[in-house]
Design a protein around this ligand. Structure first.
Ligand code: DGL
Length: 276
């Protein structure tokens, strides 16, 4: 029997398990919705690849999720949101496509009092300048400093979230960023990669108590609730929705690391391996 359109799942994707930080916020905000999460674990990282490659990969992932009949697509990856949001919107229409950069920029502008904002992300996200644009669209006088912190992705995927090694890498990145922008002292640090919230404790320790860390998970989830209501797409079921997991490589690794990211046990047999 065909299910009502409103009861179709929401598709969520990232290059790996990082987007599960966004999925967690979505499940908390929208407990009755069903989700299909796809982690392109075979081709991670995206953040060091060219815009053409990132766009090609993102289109393949979106095609896979659209074929599974989703009612909305969440790009739970700052890199893809920075590079390929418009292409995905055109290709996936009429299915709405939501990225994480604008919600992250909103969170930053709400958190910063001085308007001095630091943004860390992958190489591609930082090079693309998407956060700078999105923050300036909200607060034109914001002063933004940035730093690509590619190693954080590997640390998070490895499950190394705290301790001396993580803090010494964080310290080097943050020191370099501040040295590149002498005289600045941001009061807000945007974790502009969905992998980074897992390292928040170590990064926060290094950044110090005067810097507020923000990420886009909570604001994205709230933005999606608004869109579902506005477009009359919210499920009418009141029972809790399930999540279905897809990955492009190693169900056992996805389950092991994903359990940390989602803060909920994922069994390897819950993960379907797909080919793009
Ligand atoms: N989690 C992704 C992001 O938010 C990218 C990590 C990567 O594949 O480099 O940018």
């Amino acid at each position: 029997m065909n299910q009502p359109y409103n009861d179709l799942p929401i598709g969520v994707f990232d290059s790996g398990v990082g987007g599960l930080t966004v999925l967690k916020a979505l499940r908390d905000e929208l407990p009755a919705e069903k989700f299909i999460y796809l982690g392109d674990t075979a081709r991670l990282p995206y953040g060091t690849k060219s815009p053409e490659t990132i766009t090609r990969y993102a289109l393949q992932v979106a095609e896979k999720l659209i074929a599974r009949h989703i009612k909305l697509l969440v790009i739970a990856c700052n890199t893809v949101s920075s590079v390929a949001l418009e292409v995905l919107r055109k290709t996936c229409a009429p299915v709405p496509v939501i990225g994480v950069v604008e919600p992250g920029a909103q969170a930053a502008c709400q958190a910063s009092i001085t308007g001095q904002i630091a943004v860390i992300g992958t190489e591609s996200t930082i090079a693309r300048g998407a956060y700078q644009q999105a923050i300036h669209a909200i607060n034109p006088s914001a002063y933004i400093i940035t730093k690509a912190c590619s190693l954080f992705v590997s640390l998070a995927e490895e499950g190394w979230l705290e301790g001396d090694i993580v803090e010494s890498i964080a310290s080097r990145y943050l020191k370099e960023m501040l040295a590149e922008h002498p005289g600045t002292s941001p009061d807000c640090l945007v974790l502009g990669c969905t992998h980074f919230p897992l390292l928040a404790r170590a990064i926060g320790h290094v950044a110090g108590p005067d810097v507020t860390l923000v990420d886009s998970a909570g604001t994205t989830a709230r933005a999606i609730r608004t869109i579902l209501i506005k477009r009359n797409l919210a499920t009418r079921r009141s029972t809790s929705g399930q999540t279905y997991f897809l990955a492009t490589d190693s169900a056992s690794r996805f389950a092991r690391v994903g359990t940390i990211f989602l803060q909920k046990t994922i069994q390897p047999e819950d993960v379907e391996i797909v080919d793009l």
